[in-house]
Every structure is written in C-alpha cells, then in structure tokens.
Design a binder for this molecule. Structure first.
Ligand code: NAD
Length: 504
C-alpha cells in the first residue's frame, strides 16, 4: 500500500481498520489535479457485521433515551457543523471538485436537515383519541425500527447522508452509513462531529466500501430499513434485494430534468437561472437541468443566444480558486464518460453550439476539466436526450406547444424534477397540476424541497413509497403501533360479547 493517508471506518465510536488485517482499499483523487491524495479502506463482510453489531447493541438504550435528549444532540451538532463548515467544504472540494461556494450551499442544506431532526420530539408525539368506546382510549405511537442503513452517492457527500441519519437517530434508531468511496472524507468528519455533539458510540457507524459492503447491509437480518441515493440501476437493485428480505427500503435514483421555456417567459431571467441549473456543480446534481424544452422557435433562439453569451463569461478552474463558477468532474472515468456523450450527440446529429471538450486549465493539465457544452436540435430519440449524462452538457429541444413539452416530459423514464419559465399563471397551474414529476418549479430552476418538506422524484427516479427527509422521514424511520386500552370500573362484571366490537 502506498504512503497516502488512509481513511478508516468509524465503528462503535472509534476509528477502525475493520476485521481484516489486510483490507482492500482504493485511491481517492483530487479531481482538480488528477492526483491520488488518500486511500479509503473498503470494508469486507465481517467489518460491516462489526458495525451492524455495534448499532444493534446501542439500540435498546438509545431507543429509550428521551426524545428531547436525542434532539439536543442534533442541536449541538448544528452548532458544530456551523463552526466547522469551512473545514468540511475544503474536504468536499478536494475530493468532489465542486467550487467552495457550492460546497458551502450543500453544507447549509445539510445543516437544515439536522435542525429539522432536532424537532423530533414534536414530530413523534403520535395521535390520541379518548373514549373510542365505553371507557376505552386509543392512541398510535411511532416506534423506532432498530438498525437502519444508508448508502449515499458521490455528488453530495455532506448533504445526502444528512438527509438520512439525523432523522433516523432522532427517531430512536441506530445507523450504519456507507458513503461514496469516491469522496468519503467530509461524510466521515461529520460523523466524528456527531460523536463530539454527544451521540453515544454505536448509534452512528460509518463503513466505507463497495458492493461487498452494500450487499452485507442489504442481506443482514438485523438491518430493518435501508435508505439509498444514487443511480437508477443500483437503486432498483437495492430496492428489489432489500424488499425481498423484508426490509423497508427507499431508493432514490437518477434524473433527466426538463425546463420548459414558454414564449412569454422573462428570457433574461430564465437564461440566468438555467446557467446555474445546468452548469453548477459541473452538472453533477440529480436536480440539475440538462434539457431545455423551448416552446416556439423564437423562445429557442432567444434562450440559445442568451446562454451562448453567458457561457462565454464562465470561469472554469479548481474549486479552491476564487471566483470560479465550475470545477472539474469527479473522476477520470466520469470525465471520459461525459466526453463520450458529447461525441455521441454530435454523431447523432444534434448541433453542438458550444464545445467544451477542448478546455485547458493552466497548471492543471491532469485535472478532469471539461468546459460547458451546449447542444441545439436535441431530439427525443437521441441517447443524449434519453440518458443521464451528469456533466455540464445542456441540450435544447424545440417544440411547438406546452402540451407537446409536457408529453415529452411525461414519456421520459425519469421524473425527479422539472420547471417551467412563464408569466402565464394559467399555463403554470396546468403544468404543476398535471406533470408526472415529483418536484416542480415555477420560475425556480432547482425546486429542491426545504428540510421541512420531503424530497423525492416519481417514476424511475424513486423506488419506494416515502420520500427522503422532512415529514416522510418520520414515517420511514418509525413503525406505527396502535394501542387500545380499557380500565373497567372495579367490581363491574361483563358478559361475553360475540359480535364484532363497534361504536354502536
Ligand atoms: P452510484 O449508484 O454509482 O453509487 C451510489 C452508491 O451505491 C455508492 O455508495 C456506491 O458505493 C454504491 N454502489 C455502486 N455500485 C454498486 C453496486 N453494483 N452494488 C451495490 N452498491 C453499489 O451513484 P453515484 O455515481 O455515486 O451518484 C450519482 C448518481 O446519483 C446519479 O445517477 C444521480 O442522479 C443520483 N443521485 C440521485 C439523487 C436523488 O435524490 N434522486 C440525489 C443525488 C444523486
């Protein structure tokens, strides 16, 4: 093994090598330089089982800890995250590549989820009905499930894990988290801060790894629920494998979000909004906008002209440099894949209006940089229309009517996010009411729900019934139990009743 610093697991409140004296590991790269800067351990089955055992052992005491005390840990964590935000952002940028201001936005949204988790005592109060029958009271309570697991993607290494485990543990569960092996440092650092905030050892464990680690979490009977965020093929696998073993599963997958630009839209504002939504974070967001559906040629021509002008002003470079709009892609493999999609679009006959493939960043010859790319005349049959590219590649599709735009969106396999730019309230209302997509914006390009709503797409962007974080997370991470109780007066004798009990 090279002398690179090693990123270890966090099991039972301790940094851990795992069960294997010679563990597998892989390099973690800085995407701006192309250099390996760390190694991350890859947990084998026995190591993941250690983490599950730790979470299982911590469960009884944590479940019985008063919700207000659990919530206070979340309050402490919020303060620590605010204090350590710069350190966490630096870790994100060093391994993911996104610019620091973008990393800061991610961390803030994560903190909002921790804040919401600190309201858990209020959210867990349950439902109570007095006198459902003679001297009979009934109530529903929401009990913790036990050990829950989370498996997270590379693109939000701080925020997406914070969608999961704070609500899970605030509801009284314990947790095993398997972050992305491509950029695990910020995820691990936040878990260390949770210990400092007062989370008892074993309540949150972090194991790094790949398929072997994930499969162990999916098949171990001690794991009661699995939250997943990542690409659709893996989400589908997680959902079917976990459900077949009787687990509760929510698996959020990929996306291909369309923005409709109506002829009456404020084009200058729409263009500015689209710039951030298409090229922010190098397009590596599940709520990114990779497709514009322009209604009418006039709208299409105006949007293209505006985008070309704005793209020419963009600054692309290392995420740590001041004033950058866009950093590199996450890995060399992903860089090759995104470039391949641009080649494919040209071959398929789309018009490449802006070609970012030749971009060179001075002093960063080995970084995974690609400039913003813009296609016109993208057609629904094309691969660049159908597939998630997850890079800074925006395509414009030309249609004649709003209905045609909506039919395209509804026919697409993904249904994560969408938005409409218009000044016509009737069109906006029709769009939001009928479109088959889970998160919809009106003149808002990235309609990511705030922490006190819940996040989730439709169709093949989410497998499962409940969305991530917010009110749905309380339902996902708890089991409803309904208790019906009667205390007959002393000395009153009652005969047997053979009819089904009713309130009549
Ligand atoms: P990915 O599916 O490659 O990996 C996600 C997680 O699954 C990682 O922890 C990884 O280790 C694990 N994994 C990968 N291959 C596996 C396998 N064969 N078996 C078991 N586990 C496996 O996703 P990614 O590249 O890290 O993230 C990008 C994807 O995530 C995009 O498709 C993006 O749209 C999606 N995403 C979706 C949302 C959402 O809310 N819907 C949010 C963020 C990202």
């Amino acid at each position: 093994m090279s002398q690179l610093p090693t990123i270890a697991h966090l099991i039972d409140g301790q940094s851990a090598q795992g069960a294997n004296p010679n563990p597998r590991s892989q390099e973690v790269f800085n995407p701006a330089t192309g250099k390996a800067e760390k190694r991350v351990l890859l947990a084998d089955k026995a190591t993941v089982e250690q983490a599950i055992a730790s979470a299982q052992a911590a469960f009884p005491a944590w479940r019985n800890t008063p919700p207000l005390k659990r919530a206070r840990v979340m309050g402490n964590l919020k303060v620590l995250l605010e204090q350590h935000a710069q350190e966490i952002c630096a870790m994100i940028t060093a391994e993911h590549g996104k610019v620091l201001s973008d990393a800061f936005g991610e961390v803030q949204r994560g903190i909002e989820n921790v804040e919401y988790a600190s309201y858990a005592p209020e959210l867990l109060k349950g439902e109570h009905s007095k006198n459902v029958g003679p001297a009979i009271d009934s109530w529903s309570e929401f009990q913790a499930l036990g050990v829950c697991a989370g498996i997270t993607p590379f693109n939000f290494p701080a925020m997406v894990p914070l969608w999961m485990w704070p609500m899970a543990v605030a509801c009284g569960n314990t947790f095993v988290l398997k972050p992305s092996e491509r950029d695990p440092s910020s995820t691990l650092r936040i878990a260390e801060l949770a210990l400092e905030a007062g989370l008892p050892p074993g309540v949150l464990n972090v194991v790094h790894g790949d398929k072997e680690a994930v499969d162990t979490l999916l098949t171990d009977p001690r794991v009661k629920a699995v939250s997943f965020v990542g690409s659709t093929p893996i989400a589908e696998y997680i959902y079917s494998t976990g459900c077949a073993r009787g687990k509760r599963v929510q698996a959020l997958g990929g996306a291909k979000n369309h923005a409709v630009v109506m002829p009456d839209a404020d084009i200058a504002n729409a263009v500015n909004a689209l710039m951030g939504a298409a090229y922010g974070s190098c397009g590596e967001r599940c709520m990114a906008i990779p497709l514009v559906v322009a209604v009418g040629d006039a709208a299409a021509d105006a949007v293209l002209a505006g985008l070309k002008t704005e793209i020419s002003k963009m600054k692309v470079g290392p995420g740590t440099a001041a004033g950058m709009d866009m950093g590199p892609l996450v890995t060399k493999a992903h860089f090759d894949k995104v470039r391949g999609y641009v080649d494919q679009g040209v071959k398929e006959g789309a018009t490449l209006v802006v070609d970012g493939r030749g971009l060179k960043v001075a002093g960063h010859a080995d970084g995974y940089f690609i400039g913003p790319c813009l296609f016109d005349n993208v057609k629904p049959g094309m691969v660049i229309y159908q597939e998630e590219i997850f890079g800074p590649v925006l395509g414009v599709v030309r249609v004649k009517t709003l209905q045609e735009a909506m039919d395209l969106i509804d026919a697409h396999e993904y249904g994560n996010g969408t938005c409409i730019f218009t000044r016509d309230g009737e069109a906006a209302r029709y769009f939001t009411d009928h479109i088959q997509v889970g998160m919809v914006g009106v003149n808002v390009p990235l309609p990511v729900p705030v922490a006190y709503h819940s996040f989730g797409g439709w169709k093949r962007s989410l497998f499962g019934d409940l969305h991530a974080y917010g009110p749905d997370a309380v339902r996902f991470y708890t089991k409803r139990k309904t208790i019906t109780q009667r205390w007959p007066s002393a000395g009153v004798r009652e005969g047997a009743v053979f009819s089904f009990p009713s309130s009549r």
